[in-house]
Design a protein around this ligand. Structure first.
Ligand code: BT5
Length: 312
């Protein structure tokens, strides 16, 4: 284990200030080595206070490499974990690795340019789970957005298991709890002719993070606000990857699972696509994964993408 990880591990475990002397003794290095390591960590953005009596990690809700390695060791799909304190967007880091043919999980503590669909801004401060799964895949192109449904279902299930909140999925890419958006999915793909080369599945979950007062596309909340206490991001991440992998093994079953957790089906909705705005009742998903909406004129429209508003 690198000295940075060892220092972080000790600071994370301690509710008191740890002196340079204690750290040096524990890790069998000099106090200067500790001081240099702490400064390197601070440069990376870790919130370590340097006080007269020693060092103190202000935010204990951080991941250590070993937490994440546990996940990849158990994983059947992902062979690498990239963990960053701060990055523009995990989508961009994951794309570069996918181009090298890697199946990787990229996770950042915060993003400066997190994005949603159509280049919208996604707020990603400390305390949330912001990750991208990069996945080599040869699934047919027309099934690619099954991956959005898959990630939504995996996220909703993981939230249910860890918090007992009754998380639901909303068409096309949201996870809601009590009508509030707690997570969003962003799918970006590279394809050739009619098959995927790789997919980048971005998952953003408001766990313990604060949200700004801005009006969002739909009302938002964090799990911490809904539960009333902080939620273990480590447990949530582990469950999320397990659920993701088990759904991925049976991609054709994903639509059924999505329907079972759907907050959209059966509702009066308004869907804005790039071309038009459609109002009607959300009936079902067809076998290609399109949302079927019955308008008041009685026509049934199959919609593949758009923004959906629940009217009633
Ligand atoms: C999404 O887009 O919901 C997809 C969000 C995907 C974020 C992940 S985080 C890891 C990975 N790296 C990235 O850069 N992105 C992915 P969409 O349905 O277009 O919703 C975007 C809209 O949600 C914004 O226009 C805001 O109105 C609202 N919004 C922004 N930040 C939010 C947040 N933290 N929680 C809830 N709503 C938010």
């Amino acid at each position: 284990m690198a000295i940075e990880d060892k220092v972080l591990k000790l600071l994370r475990a301690s509710s008191n200030i740890l002196s340079g002397e204690i750290l040096a003794k524990e890790l069998k290095v000099s106090r200067v080595a500790i001081w240099k390591t702490v400064n390197r960590l601070k440069e990376r953005g870790y919130p370590i206070q340097i006080r007269k009596r020693g060092y103190f990690l202000e935010n204990k809700d951080i991941f250590l490499k070993e937490d994440l390695e546990d996940i990849t060791v158990k994983s059947k799909i992902f062979d690498n974990f990239v963990y960053l304190w701060k990055t523009n967007s995990t989508m961009d880091v994951a794309r570069a690795l996918a181009e090298e043919g890697k199946n990787v999980i990229v996770l950042a503590e915060c993003q400066t340019q997190g994005r949603g669909r159509l280049g919208r801004k996604w707020e990603s401060p400390l305390g949330g789970l912001w990750l991208t799964l990069s996945l080599k895949s040869s699934i047919p192109l027309k099934k690619s957005f099954f991956l959005t449904y898959l990630a939504s279902v995996a996220t909703a299930k993981a939230i249910r298991e860890v918090t007992n909140l009754s998380a639901k999925v909303k068409w096309p890419n949201d996870v809601l709890v009590m009508g509030k958006k707690v997570a969003g999915i962003l799918l970006e793909i590279k394809a050739e002719v009619d098959a995927l080369i790789y997919a980048l599945v971005g998952i953003g979950i408001n766990v313990n993070n604060a949200l700004s007062e801005k009006p969002y596309l739909i009302p938002a909340a964090s799990l911490k606000d809904l539960v009333g206490t902080p939620v273990s991001r480590k447990e949530l991440l582990e469950k999320l990857i397990i659920e993701f992998e088990s759904l991925y093994e049976n991609l054709d079953g994903v639509l059924q699972e999505w329907k079972a957790l759907s907050e959209t089906l059966g509702r009066q909705v308004k869907v804005r696509t790039l071309q038009e705005s459609i109002e009607g009742v959300a009936l079902d998903l067809n076998e290609d994964g399109a949302l079927l909406v019955k308008t008041k004129e009685g026509t049934i429209k199959a919609i593949f993408s758009g923004d959906c508003y629940h009217l009633r």
